[in-house]
Design a protein around this ligand. Structure first.
Ligand code: ADP
Ligand code: MG
Length: 321
């Protein structure tokens, strides 16, 4: 089957800074795929290349088998983008924004009236029909932003950190809207900082580091790559003793942000864990199933800085540096 979106070996440099280093990812029609990675690792750059707001230095992006570079104007009709920077006009009303973008996409008057009414209704925007967008709360603005990105019924919806700047209640509202789109078969590529968001919304997750995908799969597949079925979080004044004891027990042990995580072969009770740690100074312990956070730390690590590579010569150095 032809993938809805196929990103193949994409490289991108900003001056001497290599941001993408052979980035590849496929998305099937109807899937919702989450792209996760540390700040500055190149997530928005990938989305901007998919939306043709940026060109890539090497590699190819295809939509339904056709290179996007050859789709020209048609690419705009196929893709809906909800970028990190809100593209709405603050002095216009919600429906005026929808009309404006519908006109940009060349919808006929009749279709435009119909779509705007439909989106105002489906996104429950009617109570704010007379409120200028600049006066809307962050959550409602983002809701309208999402509606605007759908005004031309794109085949692929691209969401760049759709809930980054909103409070928890608004985030949950947006999740419900995105779940509705997912359930109605919209193909979605989204980036997120919230692992819980990806866990809840995505069929598949791609973890990114150093300009490429380092792991991808369903949540279940990614969880299976953690060498443990449950995680004990241990606090202790003597971390070295805990690490040593864990090594002796054959439990993989990790230290993140000053806390020790012990990857257990199966779920154990607190008493069993303390007994197994046998006399080491444990001040607190909790146990929980493996989550996407553990998989992320295992597969991507804690790094928050993208690796900066220096250009050393011609294009041929892209993959060898
Ligand atoms: N237009 C640009 N010019 C120069 N550097 C850029 C540009 N856009 C992004 N970058 C750099 O590329 C890297 C990746 O950025 P970005 O794709 O926005 O990361 P993310 O979305 O994962 O946080 C960052 O180091 C950023 O500073
Ligand atoms: Mg970004």
């Amino acid at each position: 089957m032809t993938a809805a979106l196929q990103i193949d070996g994409v490289h991108k440099w900003f001056g001497s800074h290599q941001v993408l280093d052979g980035f590849s990812l496929n998305i099937e029609a109807g899937e919702i795929v989450g792209l996760l990675g540390p700040n500055g690792c190149g997530k928005s750059t990938v989305l901007n290349i998919v939306c043709q707001l940026l060109s890539c230095d090497a590699g190819q992006v295809r939509m339904m088998g056709e290179p996007i570079s050859e789709l020209g104007y048609r690419a705009r009709a196929l893709i809906g983008l909800c970028a990190q920077d809100c593209a709405l006009y603050p002095d216009l009303l919600p429906a005026e924004n929808l009309h404006f973008f519908a006109r940009l996409y060349g919808l006929s008057d009749r279709l435009r009236q119909q779509r705007v009414a439909e989106l105002m209704n489906n996104f429950a925007l009617q109570p704010f029909a007379a409120t200028r967008v600049g006066k809307l709360s962050g959550g409602w603005r983002q809701r309208l932003h999402l509606a605007v990105s759908l005004v031309h019924r794109p085949k692929l919806l691209v969401l760049d950190e759709p809930t980054a700047a909103v409070d928890l209640a608004a985030r949950m509202d947006l999740w419900r809207l995105i779940e509705g789109l997912r359930d109605s078969g919209t193909t979605i590529l989204l980036t997120s900082h919230h692992l819980a968001e990806a866990e809840r919304l995505c069929n598949r997750v791609a973890l990114m580091r150093d300009g490429r995908v380092v792991a991808e799969g369903s949540i279940t597949e990614l969880l299976a790559r953690v060498p443990g079925r449950a995680v004990a979080k241990v606090q202790s004044a003597d971390k070295a003793a805990i690490m040593q004891r864990a090594h002796h027990l054959g439990w993989p042990a990790r230290q993140h942000a000053g806390q020790i995580s012990l990857l257990l072969p199966h779920y154990l009770g607190l008493r069993e864990i303390v007994d197994a740690l046998d006399g080491t100074a444990v001040s607190a312990v909790s146990v929980q199933p493996v989550t996407l956070d553990d998989a992320y730390l295992e597969l991507v690590g804690e790094s928050t800085c993208p690796k900066v590579k220096r250009k050393t010569g011609q294009r041929s150095s892209l993959t060898s540096t």
